[in-house]
Design a binder for this molecule. Sequence first.
Ligand code: PGA
Length: 245
Amino acid sequence: MVAGNWKMNKNLQEGLALAGELKQQVKNPACAVVIGTPFIHLASVCELLKGTPIHVAAENCADKDKGAFTGEVSAEMVKSTGAEYCILGHSERRAYYHETPAILKDKVELALANGLKPIFCIGEVKEEREAGRQNDVVKAQLEGSLFHLSEDAFRQITLAYEPVWAIGTGLTATPAQAQEMHAFIRSLIAEHYGKAVADDTTILYGGSCNEKNAAELFANPDVDGGLIGGASLVAEKFLAIIAAR
Ligand code: PGA
């Protein structure tokens, strides 16, 4: 899978223009292609991309079902736009909006209950890597939000390993660092759900992945694609990354 994460970029008209360019170019991709857009773009982008191989994701959903939560957008609402995926646990949500593993656990459950497939992000910050604690951090993130799920539910999850020190910084993990962590994550999944589930789980790499380094990252046996921020905002870069998968 190659998934874009537009974050808080592009107004509606700009977003539709980008989605339109991708629609023209993405005909028979060799992998699943997803674009994650702001909430207000979802319905229009889904309409535009109907019948194409491009799938649509929200970048978040509420941790509540429905009701008096002014300004929030529920998983049910996301689903009603036609979106199929929901990015959850992004490090920017964890850091700036104080989303804890417990909150993310609720979001994952609501997304799944409403038929959305979570793209769940995990990853350590710079200090944690420097202290050699990256495996413990990622393990705790998985245990805190996902490993309570049944096997069937877990099979709906796509994981994205995104070392926080690599996001938007131009500092990419080396292919060896990505492979090492992805293999570790797969081993944890195997411990909890067995080898078949672990082998079937899609684990994306994210963090300054671009059209120049994507092929090298994707060449690793445990790197199943990418979650792309900055480079997903320019059609030709995003297309080159899709071609690299
Ligand atoms: P980046 O963002 O590609 O701009 O580093 C990746 C992400 O945050 O998903």
